[in-house]
Design a protein around this ligand. Structure first.
Ligand SMILES: *Cc1c(COP(=O)(O)O)cnc(C)c1O
Length: 397
Protein backbone atom coordinates (compact mmCIF):
# COMPACT_ATOMS: atom_id res chain seq x y z
CA UNK A 1 0.00 0.00 0.00
CA UNK A 2 1.23 3.54 -0.69
CA UNK A 3 2.01 6.01 2.06
CA UNK A 4 -0.92 8.15 0.93
CA UNK A 5 -3.43 5.32 1.23
CA UNK A 6 -2.15 4.32 4.70
CA UNK A 7 -2.55 7.90 5.84
CA UNK A 8 -6.02 8.19 4.29
CA UNK A 9 -7.14 4.97 6.03
CA UNK A 10 -5.72 6.19 9.33
CA UNK A 11 -7.51 9.53 9.13
CA UNK A 12 -10.80 7.82 8.26
CA UNK A 13 -10.67 5.45 11.23
CA UNK A 14 -8.47 6.70 14.06
CA UNK A 15 -9.78 9.63 16.08
CA UNK A 16 -7.94 12.74 14.97
CA UNK A 17 -6.21 13.82 18.19
CA UNK A 18 -2.77 14.26 16.65
CA UNK A 19 -1.55 16.27 13.67
CA UNK A 20 0.90 13.60 12.62
CA UNK A 21 4.02 13.89 10.50
CA UNK A 22 3.33 12.53 7.02
CA UNK A 23 5.31 9.32 7.39
CA UNK A 24 4.40 5.69 8.04
CA UNK A 25 7.18 4.10 10.09
CA UNK A 26 7.82 0.43 9.49
CA UNK A 27 10.84 -0.85 11.38
CA UNK A 28 13.91 0.23 13.28
CA UNK A 29 17.50 -0.80 13.80
CA UNK A 30 19.79 0.82 16.36
CA UNK A 31 19.22 4.59 16.23
CA UNK A 32 17.62 4.49 12.77
CA UNK A 33 13.99 4.15 11.71
CA UNK A 34 12.73 3.11 8.26
CA UNK A 35 9.41 4.02 6.65
CA UNK A 36 7.22 1.84 4.44
CA UNK A 37 9.09 3.13 1.36
CA UNK A 38 12.42 2.09 2.87
CA UNK A 39 13.63 5.63 3.58
CA UNK A 40 16.05 5.93 6.53
CA UNK A 41 15.71 8.36 9.44
CA UNK A 42 18.21 9.16 12.18
CA UNK A 43 16.08 9.24 15.31
CA UNK A 44 16.71 11.99 17.88
CA UNK A 45 13.28 11.62 19.48
CA UNK A 46 13.34 7.94 20.57
CA UNK A 47 9.54 7.64 20.60
CA UNK A 48 9.51 10.64 22.98
CA UNK A 49 12.32 9.61 25.31
CA UNK A 50 11.24 5.96 25.37
CA UNK A 51 13.66 3.90 23.26
CA UNK A 52 16.75 4.25 25.44
CA UNK A 53 18.43 1.31 23.68
CA UNK A 54 17.20 2.30 20.23
CA UNK A 55 15.39 -0.22 18.06
CA UNK A 56 15.63 -3.98 17.71
CA UNK A 57 18.05 -4.50 20.55
CA UNK A 58 18.67 -8.25 20.33
CA UNK A 59 18.99 -8.96 24.04
CA UNK A 60 15.86 -6.99 24.93
CA UNK A 61 13.82 -8.57 22.12
CA UNK A 62 14.93 -12.08 23.09
CA UNK A 63 13.93 -11.50 26.72
CA UNK A 64 10.46 -10.37 25.63
CA UNK A 65 10.02 -13.28 23.22
CA UNK A 66 10.97 -15.77 25.92
CA UNK A 67 8.43 -14.25 28.30
CA UNK A 68 5.70 -14.28 25.62
CA UNK A 69 6.20 -18.03 25.26
CA UNK A 70 6.16 -18.54 29.02
CA UNK A 71 3.48 -16.33 30.59
CA UNK A 72 2.15 -12.90 29.61
CA UNK A 73 -0.58 -12.10 32.08
CA UNK A 74 -2.25 -13.49 35.16
CA UNK A 75 -3.57 -10.50 37.21
CA UNK A 76 -2.50 -8.91 40.44
CA UNK A 77 -4.36 -11.53 42.45
CA UNK A 78 -1.21 -13.65 42.19
CA UNK A 79 2.56 -13.13 42.44
CA UNK A 80 4.85 -13.39 39.44
CA UNK A 81 8.62 -13.65 39.26
CA UNK A 82 9.57 -11.14 36.51
CA UNK A 83 7.90 -8.19 38.22
CA UNK A 84 9.48 -9.04 41.57
CA UNK A 85 12.91 -8.98 39.92
CA UNK A 86 12.02 -5.72 38.14
CA UNK A 87 10.83 -4.15 41.39
CA UNK A 88 14.05 -5.05 43.21
CA UNK A 89 16.17 -3.51 40.46
CA UNK A 90 14.00 -0.37 40.25
CA UNK A 91 14.21 0.21 43.99
CA UNK A 92 17.98 -0.32 43.99
CA UNK A 93 18.41 2.18 41.14
CA UNK A 94 16.15 4.78 42.76
CA UNK A 95 16.97 4.17 46.43
CA UNK A 96 13.22 4.34 47.08
CA UNK A 97 11.43 1.68 49.19
CA UNK A 98 8.15 0.64 47.52
CA UNK A 99 6.87 0.54 43.97
CA UNK A 100 3.49 0.19 42.23
CA UNK A 101 3.47 -0.64 38.51
CA UNK A 102 1.01 1.06 36.16
CA UNK A 103 0.38 0.95 32.40
CA UNK A 104 1.46 4.50 31.58
CA UNK A 105 2.98 7.68 32.92
CA UNK A 106 -0.42 9.26 33.36
CA UNK A 107 -1.53 6.41 35.60
CA UNK A 108 1.67 6.70 37.62
CA UNK A 109 0.72 10.34 38.27
CA UNK A 110 -2.81 9.29 39.26
CA UNK A 111 -1.36 6.82 41.75
CA UNK A 112 1.10 9.37 43.11
CA UNK A 113 -1.72 11.86 43.73
CA UNK A 114 -3.85 9.23 45.44
CA UNK A 115 -0.91 8.08 47.57
CA UNK A 116 -0.24 11.66 48.73
CA UNK A 117 -3.91 12.27 49.53
CA UNK A 118 -4.17 9.01 51.44
CA UNK A 119 -1.04 9.83 53.43
CA UNK A 120 -2.48 13.17 54.52
CA UNK A 121 -5.87 11.57 55.22
CA UNK A 122 -4.29 8.93 57.49
CA UNK A 123 -2.20 11.55 59.27
CA UNK A 124 -4.99 14.12 59.79
CA UNK A 125 -8.01 11.85 60.07
CA UNK A 126 -9.88 13.77 57.35
CA UNK A 127 -9.84 14.46 53.61
CA UNK A 128 -9.89 17.81 51.78
CA UNK A 129 -6.20 18.29 51.05
CA UNK A 130 -4.64 20.45 48.36
CA UNK A 131 -1.77 20.11 45.91
CA UNK A 132 0.68 22.63 44.51
CA UNK A 133 1.77 22.09 40.90
CA UNK A 134 3.78 24.19 38.42
CA UNK A 135 2.84 26.36 35.49
CA UNK A 136 4.01 24.96 32.13
CA UNK A 137 4.18 21.47 33.63
CA UNK A 138 3.01 18.30 31.92
CA UNK A 139 1.85 15.25 33.83
CA UNK A 140 -0.63 13.55 31.49
CA UNK A 141 -4.11 13.66 29.99
CA UNK A 142 -6.40 11.79 32.38
CA UNK A 143 -8.55 14.05 34.54
CA UNK A 144 -6.36 13.73 37.64
CA UNK A 145 -3.07 14.18 35.80
CA UNK A 146 -4.58 16.99 33.74
CA UNK A 147 -5.60 18.73 36.97
CA UNK A 148 -1.92 19.16 37.91
CA UNK A 149 -0.83 20.04 34.36
CA UNK A 150 -0.23 23.79 34.24
CA UNK A 151 -1.54 24.44 30.75
CA UNK A 152 -4.85 26.32 30.45
CA UNK A 153 -5.31 25.25 26.84
CA UNK A 154 -5.21 21.54 27.76
CA UNK A 155 -7.44 22.03 30.82
CA UNK A 156 -10.19 24.41 29.78
CA UNK A 157 -12.64 22.16 27.88
CA UNK A 158 -12.63 19.60 30.69
CA UNK A 159 -13.30 21.79 33.68
CA UNK A 160 -14.20 21.43 36.47
CA UNK A 161 -11.11 19.34 37.21
CA UNK A 162 -9.80 18.21 40.62
CA UNK A 163 -10.43 20.95 43.15
CA UNK A 164 -7.67 22.23 45.39
CA UNK A 165 -4.81 22.42 42.88
CA UNK A 166 -2.79 25.65 42.90
CA UNK A 167 -0.13 26.60 40.39
CA UNK A 168 3.23 28.15 41.21
CA UNK A 169 6.03 29.32 38.91
CA UNK A 170 8.71 26.72 38.25
CA UNK A 171 12.11 27.77 39.62
CA UNK A 172 10.57 30.58 41.71
CA UNK A 173 10.61 29.42 45.30
CA UNK A 174 8.67 32.41 46.66
CA UNK A 175 5.75 31.60 44.37
CA UNK A 176 5.59 28.11 45.91
CA UNK A 177 5.95 29.40 49.45
CA UNK A 178 3.08 31.84 48.89
CA UNK A 179 0.66 29.00 48.06
CA UNK A 180 1.34 26.76 51.05
CA UNK A 181 -1.44 26.49 53.60
CA UNK A 182 -2.50 23.97 56.25
CA UNK A 183 -4.34 21.90 53.60
CA UNK A 184 -1.34 21.43 51.31
CA UNK A 185 -0.42 17.73 51.15
CA UNK A 186 1.92 17.58 48.15
CA UNK A 187 4.04 19.58 45.74
CA UNK A 188 4.41 17.99 42.33
CA UNK A 189 6.97 18.94 39.71
CA UNK A 190 9.12 17.55 36.92
CA UNK A 191 12.80 17.59 37.90
CA UNK A 192 13.39 18.72 34.33
CA UNK A 193 10.27 20.13 32.67
CA UNK A 194 9.84 18.31 29.35
CA UNK A 195 6.80 19.27 27.27
CA UNK A 196 6.89 22.77 28.73
CA UNK A 197 10.18 23.51 26.97
CA UNK A 198 13.11 21.61 28.61
CA UNK A 199 13.68 23.56 31.83
CA UNK A 200 15.90 21.88 34.46
CA UNK A 201 15.05 22.78 38.05
CA UNK A 202 17.72 24.94 39.62
CA UNK A 203 19.54 23.53 42.63
CA UNK A 204 18.33 26.36 44.86
CA UNK A 205 14.73 25.76 43.79
CA UNK A 206 14.71 22.01 44.35
CA UNK A 207 16.55 22.33 47.67
CA UNK A 208 14.17 25.10 48.69
CA UNK A 209 11.07 23.07 47.81
CA UNK A 210 12.46 20.08 49.73
CA UNK A 211 13.05 22.29 52.78
CA UNK A 212 9.49 23.68 52.58
CA UNK A 213 8.13 20.15 52.35
CA UNK A 214 10.15 19.03 55.38
CA UNK A 215 9.05 22.04 57.39
CA UNK A 216 5.31 21.50 56.72
CA UNK A 217 5.13 17.67 56.33
CA UNK A 218 4.24 18.11 52.67
CA UNK A 219 5.15 15.30 50.24
CA UNK A 220 7.48 16.09 47.37
CA UNK A 221 6.37 14.27 44.21
CA UNK A 222 9.00 14.31 41.47
CA UNK A 223 7.81 13.38 37.99
CA UNK A 224 10.73 11.56 36.37
CA UNK A 225 8.68 10.09 33.53
CA UNK A 226 10.69 11.89 30.84
CA UNK A 227 13.91 12.93 32.60
CA UNK A 228 14.46 9.66 34.49
CA UNK A 229 15.93 6.29 33.49
CA UNK A 230 19.44 7.51 32.81
CA UNK A 231 18.53 10.32 30.41
CA UNK A 232 20.26 13.14 32.27
CA UNK A 233 23.38 11.13 33.20
CA UNK A 234 22.01 9.84 36.51
CA UNK A 235 19.38 7.10 36.72
CA UNK A 236 16.94 9.72 38.01
CA UNK A 237 17.50 13.43 37.52
CA UNK A 238 17.01 14.28 41.20
CA UNK A 239 20.16 12.28 41.94
CA UNK A 240 22.16 15.22 40.52
CA UNK A 241 20.78 17.50 43.22
CA UNK A 242 21.13 15.60 46.48
CA UNK A 243 17.38 16.06 46.99
CA UNK A 244 15.19 12.99 47.40
CA UNK A 245 11.46 12.86 46.66
CA UNK A 246 8.87 11.21 48.89
CA UNK A 247 7.05 9.92 45.83
CA UNK A 248 8.48 9.55 42.33
CA UNK A 249 6.91 8.64 39.01
CA UNK A 250 8.52 6.85 36.09
CA UNK A 251 7.38 5.55 32.68
CA UNK A 252 8.60 6.17 29.10
CA UNK A 253 12.08 4.48 29.06
CA UNK A 254 11.13 2.24 32.00
CA UNK A 255 9.80 -0.30 29.49
CA UNK A 256 11.70 0.87 26.38
CA UNK A 257 8.63 0.27 24.20
CA UNK A 258 6.45 -1.91 26.40
CA UNK A 259 3.76 0.31 27.95
CA UNK A 260 4.57 0.55 31.65
CA UNK A 261 4.86 3.17 34.35
CA UNK A 262 5.39 3.13 38.08
CA UNK A 263 5.18 5.24 41.18
CA UNK A 264 7.73 4.83 43.93
CA UNK A 265 7.33 5.68 47.62
CA UNK A 266 9.60 5.98 50.60
CA UNK A 267 8.78 3.67 53.50
CA UNK A 268 7.57 6.60 55.60
CA UNK A 269 4.91 7.43 53.00
CA UNK A 270 4.09 3.83 52.09
CA UNK A 271 3.25 3.00 55.72
CA UNK A 272 0.48 5.60 55.90
CA UNK A 273 -0.64 5.40 52.32
CA UNK A 274 -2.44 3.11 49.87
CA UNK A 275 -3.64 -0.15 51.47
CA UNK A 276 -5.58 -3.14 50.09
CA UNK A 277 -8.73 -1.85 48.43
CA UNK A 278 -7.37 1.66 47.83
CA UNK A 279 -5.81 1.13 44.41
CA UNK A 280 -5.46 -1.47 41.69
CA UNK A 281 -4.94 -2.31 38.03
CA UNK A 282 -5.64 -5.36 35.87
CA UNK A 283 -2.60 -5.21 33.61
CA UNK A 284 -0.19 -3.22 35.77
CA UNK A 285 3.00 -5.14 36.53
CA UNK A 286 2.11 -8.30 34.65
CA UNK A 287 4.84 -10.88 33.83
CA UNK A 288 5.35 -9.51 30.31
CA UNK A 289 6.09 -5.93 31.37
CA UNK A 290 8.05 -7.35 34.31
CA UNK A 291 10.40 -9.09 31.89
CA UNK A 292 10.81 -5.83 29.95
CA UNK A 293 11.55 -3.63 32.97
CA UNK A 294 13.85 -6.24 34.49
CA UNK A 295 15.86 -6.49 31.26
CA UNK A 296 16.00 -2.71 30.72
CA UNK A 297 17.31 -2.10 34.22
CA UNK A 298 19.75 -5.01 33.98
CA UNK A 299 21.19 -3.63 30.74
CA UNK A 300 21.35 -0.05 32.00
CA UNK A 301 23.29 -1.08 35.06
CA UNK A 302 25.60 -3.57 33.35
CA UNK A 303 26.39 -1.30 30.40
CA UNK A 304 26.85 1.78 32.63
CA UNK A 305 24.35 3.74 30.55
CA UNK A 306 24.63 6.80 32.79
CA UNK A 307 28.40 6.78 32.28
CA UNK A 308 27.84 6.77 28.53
CA UNK A 309 25.34 9.64 28.74
CA UNK A 310 27.80 11.68 30.82
CA UNK A 311 30.44 11.06 28.17
CA UNK A 312 28.40 11.80 25.03
CA UNK A 313 26.17 14.64 26.29
CA UNK A 314 28.89 17.34 26.34
CA UNK A 315 29.55 16.57 22.68
CA UNK A 316 25.86 17.00 21.83
CA UNK A 317 25.81 20.26 23.82
CA UNK A 318 28.88 21.51 21.96
CA UNK A 319 27.33 20.74 18.54
CA UNK A 320 24.01 22.38 19.48
CA UNK A 321 25.86 25.41 20.87
CA UNK A 322 27.66 25.64 17.53
CA UNK A 323 24.32 25.87 15.72
CA UNK A 324 23.00 28.42 18.24
CA UNK A 325 26.11 30.54 17.56
CA UNK A 326 25.69 30.21 13.80
CA UNK A 327 21.98 31.07 13.44
CA UNK A 328 20.48 34.32 14.79
CA UNK A 329 17.05 32.78 15.17
CA UNK A 330 18.39 30.11 17.55
CA UNK A 331 18.59 32.01 20.81
CA UNK A 332 19.46 29.53 23.56
CA UNK A 333 20.19 25.92 24.46
CA UNK A 334 19.27 24.35 27.77
CA UNK A 335 18.91 20.88 29.24
CA UNK A 336 20.69 18.10 31.05
CA UNK A 337 22.43 15.10 29.53
CA UNK A 338 20.54 13.72 26.55
CA UNK A 339 17.48 15.88 27.25
CA UNK A 340 18.23 19.10 25.38
CA UNK A 341 16.21 21.97 23.99
CA UNK A 342 17.13 24.72 21.55
CA UNK A 343 14.99 27.86 21.51
CA UNK A 344 14.07 28.73 17.93
CA UNK A 345 12.32 31.89 16.74
CA UNK A 346 11.20 30.32 13.46
CA UNK A 347 8.17 27.97 13.53
CA UNK A 348 9.51 24.83 15.20
CA UNK A 349 6.88 22.54 13.68
CA UNK A 350 8.16 23.53 10.25
CA UNK A 351 11.76 22.85 11.27
CA UNK A 352 10.81 19.37 12.49
CA UNK A 353 8.87 18.65 9.27
CA UNK A 354 11.78 19.78 7.07
CA UNK A 355 14.20 17.72 9.16
CA UNK A 356 12.03 14.68 8.59
CA UNK A 357 12.26 15.24 4.83
CA UNK A 358 16.04 15.20 5.19
CA UNK A 359 15.95 11.97 7.18
CA UNK A 360 16.23 13.37 10.71
CA UNK A 361 13.62 12.91 13.43
CA UNK A 362 13.45 15.72 15.97
CA UNK A 363 10.42 16.89 17.94
CA UNK A 364 9.34 20.12 19.57
CA UNK A 365 8.52 21.19 23.13
CA UNK A 366 6.41 24.16 24.17
CA UNK A 367 5.79 26.62 21.33
CA UNK A 368 9.35 27.53 20.42
CA UNK A 369 11.74 24.74 21.40
CA UNK A 370 13.39 22.02 19.33
CA UNK A 371 13.70 18.99 21.56
CA UNK A 372 16.52 16.42 21.43
CA UNK A 373 15.84 13.21 23.38
CA UNK A 374 17.74 10.58 21.37
CA UNK A 375 18.29 6.94 22.29
CA UNK A 376 20.85 6.85 25.12
CA UNK A 377 23.15 4.64 23.05
CA UNK A 378 24.02 7.30 20.44
CA UNK A 379 27.67 7.76 19.51
CA UNK A 380 29.61 10.82 18.34
CA UNK A 381 29.02 9.82 14.72
CA UNK A 382 25.26 10.10 15.27
CA UNK A 383 25.63 13.53 16.87
CA UNK A 384 27.72 14.62 13.87
CA UNK A 385 25.14 13.29 11.44
CA UNK A 386 22.30 14.98 13.32
CA UNK A 387 24.14 18.31 13.44
CA UNK A 388 24.95 18.20 9.71
CA UNK A 389 21.35 17.39 8.77
CA UNK A 390 19.93 20.03 11.07
CA UNK A 391 22.43 22.59 9.79
CA UNK A 392 21.23 21.90 6.23
CA UNK A 393 17.60 22.39 7.34
CA UNK A 394 18.35 25.61 9.20
CA UNK A 395 20.36 27.01 6.28
CA UNK A 396 17.24 26.81 4.10
CA UNK A 397 15.06 28.85 6.50
C1 LIG B 1 4.95 11.71 28.90
C2 LIG B 1 4.83 12.29 30.24
C3 LIG B 1 3.74 11.99 31.09
C4 LIG B 1 2.59 11.11 30.64
O1 LIG B 1 3.02 9.80 30.37
P1 LIG B 1 2.11 8.86 29.42
O2 LIG B 1 2.85 7.56 29.39
O3 LIG B 1 2.01 9.53 28.09
O4 LIG B 1 0.79 8.72 30.07
C5 LIG B 1 3.74 12.52 32.36
N1 LIG B 1 4.74 13.31 32.79
C6 LIG B 1 5.78 13.62 32.02
C7 LIG B 1 6.87 14.48 32.55
C8 LIG B 1 5.86 13.15 30.71
O5 LIG B 1 6.89 13.49 29.94
Amino acid sequence: MSKESYIRDAEESILHTYNRFQVVLDHGEGVYLYDTDGKEYLDFAAGIAVQAFGYHNREYCEALKAQVDKLMHTSNLYYNEPIINAAKRALKASRMDRIFFTNSGTEAIEGAIKAAKKYAYTRDGHAGHEIIAMNHSFHGRSLGALSVTGNAHYQEPFEPLLPGVRFAEFNQLDSVKALINEKTCAIILETVQGEGGIYPATKEFLEGVRALCDEHDILLILDEIQCGMGRTGEMFAWQHYGVKPDIMTSAKALGCGVPVGAFFLTERVAEKSLAPGDHGTTYGGNPFVGAAVDKVLEMMERDDITGHVKEIAPYLEQKLDGLVAKYDFLTARRGMGLMQGVVCEKPVGQVAAKALEKGLIVITAGSDVLRFVPPLIIGKEHVDEMAAKLDAVLAEL
